[in-house]
Design a protein around this ligand. Structure first.
Ligand code: G3I
Length: 376
């Protein structure tokens, strides 16, 4: 019986219980390693005490999940509505947190007045410049980093830019080479003849506009499925290198890190982070979650939770191994509020460090251990 008492005493001491020494939070561990630990935030949930207290305790950076997207912040041609995003910004300022802005230019979550308007390229350019300068200007000195352009590259045609309202439907270049609303195939053939610099010049203009609105803000290009060395990240690398060589105001690249199927090629992710930071820019992991298959009554399997934890640990360690990788951000922090459930029709979920009841999961411990281990 004596050995049981000894084992119990050892467990109590290790847990810090009763000794006055408690485990660090993610925020404390991150501070020790000089890295930002952030999460996407839904302003509607800030009134929920467990949500707000967990957020303030565990993170030193926030990013509005949806509140800065066009459909919310620019609901009408002449009207802007910052009320939702202001709630996140005010919370962050009260809790001494940094604020990322997401996102100034995307092909999704745009209002119908924009997507259904019959604009010429120059009219659209005016609308976009006004949007960027109004939104960045409103948060000048508060938002320290912006996702200026999000997901401009096409996962179906790796290395090519996605066909969007901003690029070629009708796009913001005053290009006479094609009629607005031309068929996307015709446009693609027209655009195919253009040099890479010509095809991504709309992106370049957006970075200049954002820089004019807040010269001190860090300006990021943000992308999905470009975490490893692959044709999409190759194309982004070429664009960023070209931008840096020509003095386009870009400060970083965001890799979203939405992990599905419990697979992450960590060696390639690390190599990719290394090549981008070697350009003299920062890398932020911007939207990390590790989706798990859900089984009986909507729960993941214990072995999948352990595998998930290992992925969180490995990717955090990969970021920390590069001084230029300066932020790790999850896309939400509690399984109670994650885009994955609805996106996967409830077949996947449990992707975040806290469960639906705000209890720390193995992923939380693994992430904190990686942050405590620090930079190597
Ligand atoms: O605001 C309306 C609300 O009025 C309405 O009652 C409700 C009915 O379903 O829909 C609400 O809009 C939802 C919006 O989020 C705001 O909550 C949309 O339906 C829903 O589709 C939208 O999903 C967002 C998704 O982007 C859109 O593609 C997710 O919350 C958001 O997490 C997700 O985030 C993106 C990043 O911005 C870019 N990278 C990929 C990532 C995941 O798709």
């Amino acid at each position: 019986m004596k050995w049981r008492a000894l084992a119990l005493a050892a467990a109590v001491v290790c847990s810090g219980f009763g000794t006055g020494i408690r485990e660090q939070t993610l925020r404390e561990a991150a501070a020790g390693s000089g890295i930002l630990i952030g999460t996407a935030v839904r302003p509607l949930r800030l009134s929920e005490s467990a949500y707000a207290s967990t957020l303030a305790r565990e993170f030193n950076m926030v990013e509005p999940e949806d509140a800065l997207k066009w459909e919310v912040v620019h609901p009408g041609w002449e009207s802007f509505d910052f009320s939702q995003a202001d709630q996140v910004v005010d919370f962050a300022i009260r809790h001494n947190m940094k604020i990322r802005g997401h996102t100034l230019v995307w092909h999704q979550q745009n209002p119908s007045w924009l997507t259904r308007g019959k604009y010429t390229p120059s009219e659209l350019a005016e609308i976009l410049e006004k949007h960027i300068k109004t939104v960045v200007g409103h948060y000048r000195g508060k938002v320290f980093a912006w996702d200026v352009v999000n997901e401009a590259y096409d996962e179906l045609h790796p290395g090519q830019l996605r066909s969007t309202i901003w690029r070629d439907q009708p796009g913001i270049e005053a290009a006479a080479s094609y009629e607005p609303r031309a068929s996307s195939n015709q446009v693609r053939s027209e655009l195919g003849a253009r040099s890479p610099q010509q095809t991504y010049s709309y992106i370049e203009r957006c970075f200049h506009w954002a820089h004019e609105a807040d010269p001190l803000a860090l300006l990021f290009y943000n992308e999905a499925e470009a975490e490893t060395v692959n044709p999409k990240s190759d194309a982004i690398f070429a664009m960023v290198r070209d931008f840096r060589q020509r003095g386009v105001p870009i400060d970083g690249v965001g890799f979203q890190m939405h992990i599905t199927n419990l697979h992450a090629d960590v060696a390639s992710i690390s190599a990719n982070i290394g090549r981008f930071t070697a350009l003299g820019i920062q890398v932020h992991i911007t939207e990390m979650d590790v989706a798990l298959p859900l089984y009986v009554n909507g729960n993941p399997r214990p072995e999948d939770l352990r595998h998930q934890a290992d992925i969180y640990r490995q990717i955090a360690a990969a970021c920390l191994s590069h001084p230029g990788c300066t932020a790790i951000q999850t896309w939400g922090f509690t399984d109670k509020y994650s885009w994955i459930g609805s996106h996967s029709k409830r077949t996947q979920g449990a992707a975040l460090p806290f469960d639906r009841n705000y209890r720390a999961k193995p992923a939380y411990e693994a992430l904190r251990n990686a942050l405590e281990a620090g930079r190597r």
